[in-house]
Write a protein that binds this ligand. Sequence first.
Ligand SMILES: [Zn+2]
Length: 65
Amino acid sequence: MKIKCVICNKEIKEKNVIGINKKLFGAEIVNYYCMDCLADYLEVTVDDLNDKIEEFKDEGCKLFE
Ligand SMILES: [Zn+2]
């Protein structure tokens, strides 16, 4: 199944990007955002999101690689 960004329609392949979407919006998530659109939506930077992903990884979250 292909996952596409709900805003720009870009295909999302990276496990970490899918992971942060699930982490933020829950396992029942329907609309995924790519990193750029997610940063825009949350009014943060892509760097902030990458930091967040690193934090979740450090916690041992299985959604990330
Ligand atoms: Zn997008």
